[in-house]
Design a protein around this ligand. Structure first.
Ligand code: NDP
Length: 290
């Protein structure tokens, strides 16, 4: 039997509805107009598309959105000074520096991300947020893995007691996913490029998360019948063709539920950015927006 398809649009809409309600409470009860500022350095066309999509999503939900476009030649000092201004600006609740940075400052990426006030760090990449997630404290959590957890919750898929296997250990997906699944009481295994007998491990998974960056890497032989398969990968294999890290057509015949690519996890990421902007307000003002 074919798997349940977990459509990103459906769950993104549910996350956005939650955010919209919080925006209303922020405005009506606390007289706060939520504000997100995205800094983009240079002319990377893909980054411009992402930033534009974020801007549109903010407008849709009544979040005030500012885009600070800096020239390709921006120095580290100039960028740090811009971040400092935004840290001090009380109308700005969330700050995001769009990655990748141009070559001349890309070596300073960690320093630049650390300059963002942790309570405004809507990407959840600041070491303070990384650490707080690790010890189970309230924090701003990276959007993509957190979106996957929200999706499982909305889909009514229980996590507690399940065997979860993550392929990939990056700071933006694999590692935060580990902490999130562990916090939901799954038993979690993290695999990577040096993992031996990978398929033996993945076949044990009730929940399998693929965050590798290799087209159709996960085949049906690697999946336990009935497993929930979350495909985080986005791989461009032709001008207009995107595929995930999972061989969708074959795996959907084995899995119990699966996210498509495109149209799956990718749809959740922007919704979670808006979610984090409201979460940032809760942290900054020590309030609960419902
Ligand atoms: P990274 O390249 O940072 O990490 C990839 C991970 O996969 C690494 O941990 C690597 O292991 C592991 N890996 C690579 N090859 C193998 C292999 N043969 N066997 C097992 N593990 C392997 O990628 P990201 O985490 O940043 O992204 C992963 C994918 O998710 C990409 O396709 C990216 O485009 C997509 N993505 C999608 C988002 C969305 O919004 N949907 C957001 C972010 C990412 P090792 O550590 O040993 O090198």
């Amino acid at each position: 039997m074919s798997a349940q398809i977990l459509e990103g649009n459906v769950y993104a809409a549910q996350i956005k509805a939650e955010v919209k309600a919080k925006v209303q409470i922020a405005k009506d009860t606390y007289k706060i107009i939520p504000g997100l500022t995205v800094i983009i350095v240079g002319e990377n066309p893909a980054s411009k598309v992402y930033v534009n999509n974020k801007h549109k999503a903010c407008e849709e939900l009544g979040i005030s959105s500012e885009v600070v476009s800096l020239p390709e030649t921006t120095t580290k000092e100039e960028l740090l000074s811009e971040i400092d201004k935004l840290n001090k600006n009380t109308a700005v609740h969330g700050i995001l520096v769009q990655l990748p940075l141009p070559q001349q400052i890309s070596d300073y990426e960690a320093e630049i991300l650390e300059a963002i006030d942790p309570k405004k760090d809507v990407d959840g990449f600041h070491p303070v947020n990384v650490g707080r997630l690790g010890i189970g404290k309230d924090s701003l959590v990276p959007c993509t893995p957190h979106g996957c957890i929200k999706m499982l919750e909305f889909a009514g898929i229980s996590i507690e007691g399940k065997k979860a296997v993550i392929i990939g250990r990056s700071n933006i997906v694999g590692k935060p996913m580990f902490h999130l699944l562990l916090a939901k009481n799954a038993t979690v295994t993290v695999c990577h490029s040096r993992t031996k007998d990978l398929a033996d491990i993945t076949r044990e998974a009730d929940i399998l998360v693929a965050a590798i960056g290799k087209p159709r890497f996960v085949t049906s032989e690697m999946v336990k019948p009935g497993a929930v398969v979350i495909d985080v990968g986005i791989n461009r294999i032709a001008e207009k063709k995107l595929v995930g890290d999972v061989d969708f057509d074959a795996v959907k015949e084995v899995a119990g539920a699966i996210t498509p690519v495109p149209g799956g996890v990718g749809k959740l990421t922007i919704a979670m950015l808006l979610y984090n902007t409201l979460k940032a307000i809760e942290l900054q003002y020590n309030i609960n927006l419902g």
